[in-house]
Design a protein around this ligand. Structure first.
Ligand code: PMP
Length: 371
């Protein structure tokens, strides 16, 4: 094995069916907006992919707006509704940046949204609000009680946006049953290509465009569609329904990783270990250590993981997620994220564990010597 890839929450390997769909699409000439047969062939691919995204989230009658990814989908949702915004404290930076004036709803020590606080914020919003709460956290895997959030939001005549990037394709999502009005999904987290995603819009929800310049995607996303990317995304959605990213063996491997990491380096902390979490994700800490040092040491041992959120610039900043959960600074600074997928194999976990034991012993010795 060349190296162990345990960073699926940053991006997942391309699924074979997605590659095939993209290759076939790249061989088509034709703008989906053209009325001739070439254009119609390209349009067919886009519309087939739309149906596949709908099927992934159980939203047969929803609208799908293809975007460049979930960052854009989040901006489209939050920027497209003229209402006061409330969001949880652990949202992805793309949600936080979309409406900087948003009211921030706290989470508890396990990272779950404070429903009583949300209730109070909805009452004092002054007008029916747009609420944004993610399905699963990218750093910790913690799942939010989306059905309960939806019930509360709708009781206050609000609209619920859910960033489902880390849950889609891993665990089943039934958007109508959960009561989600707007849902963001990203292709590359579920085995499709990078640079494509979608906003799923429930019937009756009206958006104003945040970009201008063309009529594509119901006027919401101007510009010629990324046909090959969209076709690959659609194929990945279908594959993820058949083979979800969080099958039972993924959960078993993650649980073994946590158990043995703690056994071999007893000062290891598993963040939010008692919370409902995605079965593929763990946030592990060596208190007193530096997360970027751990990530680099693991990389030298041939194991790829992330320090907190990898999305930004490669620069490690204090995690707003762990801060919101009131994780002590010494633990926060030493927390890394390990994330698995359906093709993760046991030898990758073994490789991680061997490296973890060595690195933990070395860093522990170092911090004692420095103390
Ligand atoms: N939301 C969450 C929860 C994410 O993990 C990510 C990707 N890191 C995004 C949004 C942004 O997705 P994309 O890379 O498609 O822009």
């Amino acid at each position: 094995m060349s190296a162990a890839y345990l960073d699926w929450n940053a991006t997942a390997p391309l699924r074979a069916s997605a590659r095939d769909a993209m290759t076939a699409a790249l061989d088509l000439t034709g703008n989906p907006s053209s009325v001739h047969r070439f254009g119609r062939d390209a349009r067919r691919l886009v519309e087939a992919a739309r149906d596949r995204v709908k099927a992934l989230v159980g939203a047969g009658d929803a609208g799908i707006v293809f975007t460049s990814g979930a960052t854009e989908a989040n901006l489209m949702a939050l920027g497209g509704i003229a209402r006061p915004v409330i969001r949880s404290a652990v949202e992805h930076v793309s949600v936080a940046a979309a409406r900087v004036e948003a009211t921030v709803c706290p989470v508890d020590a396990d990272g779950a949204i404070d429903l009583a606080a949300l209730d109070a914020q909805l009452r004092s919003a002054g007008a029916p609000a747009l609420v944004s709460v993610m399905a699963a956290n990218n750093e910790t895997g913690v799942l939010q009680p989306i059905a309960a959030v939806a019930e509360l939001v709708h009781r206050h005549a609000g609209i619920l946006h859910c960033d489902a990037v880390q849950m889609a394709g891993r665990l089943a999502i039934d958007m109508p049953a959960l009561g989600i009005d707007l849902l963001s999904v990203s292709s590359h987290k579920l085995g499709g290509p990078q640079g494509v995603g979608a906003l799923v819009v429930a019937p009756g929800i009206e958006l104003r465009p945040v970009a201008r310049g063309g009529g594509q995607e119901r006027g919401l996303r101007p510009g010629t569609e990324n046909v090959a990317g969209i076709a690959g995304f659609g194929a990945a959605c279908t594959a993820a329904v058949a083979e979800p990213g969080c099958a039972a063996d993924v959960a078993a491997m993650r649980d073994r990783l946590e158990r043995e990491a703690r056994a071999r380096a007893p000062h290891t902390i598993v963040v939010a270990s008692g919370a409902a979490r995605l079965p593929n994700t763990t946030a592990l800490a060596l208190p007193g250590a530096d997360a970027s040092t751990i990530v680099m040491a693991l990389d030298l041992e041939g194991v790829a993981v992330s320090a907190g959120a990898a999305c930004s610039s490669g620069k490690v900043q204090p995690s707003h997620v762990l801060t919101a959960m009131q994780v002590p600074a010494a633990v926060r600074q030493g927390t890394i994220r390990v994330s698995l997928g359906p093709t993760t194999v046991a030898v990758e976990i073994d490789r991680f564990l061997d490296a973890w034991a060595r690195i933990a012993a070395r860093l522990d010795g170092g911090s004692r010597a420095a103390a």
